[in-house]
Design a protein around this ligand. Structure first.
Ligand code: GLU
Length: 282
């Protein structure tokens, strides 16, 4: 099923900001939101806000209100109602059922500890699942659904996507048999984001380069589910004075704290726009 063309001819440019409400936003999030917002606005398009709250154990409602206030403080506006992934589980279930009917999924009973041991990933590396449960008999125990990556890649055939308009060959096999539905939810990040970007008519995905590798998987899922293909525009991550990526763990101030301290959001947005250079125009 080679499918290398964008299917958005004639559609209104639509981007989104899709934070997970598991903590407060910092400048890195602000940068990403501004880039996605401005990309759409510069083209007379739509900018959507989607709350990626399928992780019920880590998501907090109080962060959602803060996210809205943070974006407003930056001077960003979004179109239409805010979409919550936690309210869209039947959509993900339907996509999962389709993939299962294609015989591309299998149940995985492994615990995190078992996977870490079997994969013996070098310290700090993301372990690629070694396929322990592929072909294992069904048993009465909690399980997640994994994609049989080799079978899925064979079915989809060669795929490509564009990043800033430049063609990129999709190589999802390197990600291994990723999880598509968790033990506690009928979706994983990969499945939910793919289903939602299509359902919401997102034509251009503007997000951090930390999600570049995930795009290989998203492109594969689009092909298997016969969904429209957006363009991607991964942007560099903001770094602090120490060159490290901004994150809560290395002490980056939250937008909420900056707001509370009386910092001018419009000035912050202007400063971030000045940093963005070519990213905005790509
Ligand atoms: N929810 C993801 C995050 O907060 C972003 C998803 C995306 O932009 O595709 O990292």
């Amino acid at each position: 099923m080679p499918d290398q063309v964008r299917h958005d001819g004639g559609r209104v440019t639509t981007t989104r900001f899709a934070p997970s409400p598991t903590g407060r936003l910092h400048m890195g999030h602000a940068y990403s939101a501004i880039l996605a917002h401005d990309f759409a606005r510069a083209r007379g398009g739509r900018f959507l806000l989607r709350i990626e709250d399928i992780d019920g154990t880590r998501s907090r409602a109080e962060h959602v209100a803060t996210i809205r206030d943070d974006l407003s403080w930056l001077g960003l506006t979004w179109d239409g109602p805010v979409v919550f992934q936690s309210q869209r589980l039947p959509l993900y279930q339907a996509a999962l059922d389709r993939l299962r009917d294609m015989r591309l999924l299998y149940r995985c009973y492994c615990t995190r500890a078992e996977i870490a041991e079997a994969a013996s990933a070098p310290h700090g590396a993301v372990a690629v699942y070694p396929g322990t449960c592929r072909g294992a008999p069904v048993r009465d125990a909690p399980f997640c659904w994994r994609i049989d990556m080799a079978a899925a890649v064979a079915r989809a055939g060669p795929l490509a996507w564009t990043d800033h308009g430049v063609p990129v060959a999709a190589i999802p096999a390197a990600q291994g048999d990723v999880v598509l539905a968790r033990k506690d939810a009928p979706a994983s990040y990969h499945l939910a984001v793919t289903v939602d970007d299509a359902a919401q008519g997102v034509t251009d995905v503007v997000r951090g380069v930390d999600l570049f590798e995930a795009t290989h998987v998203h492109r594969l899922l689009q092909a298997l589910l016969v969904l429209p293909v957006p363009g991607w525009h991964h942007h560099a991550l903001l770094t602090g004075a120490d060159g490290e990526r901004l994150a809560k763990r290395n002490g980056a101030p939250t937008l909420a704290a900056m707001r509370a301290a009386g910092v001018d959001g419009a000035a912050v947005a202007a400063e971030l726009r000045a940093k963005s250079g070519s990213s905005l125009r790509a």
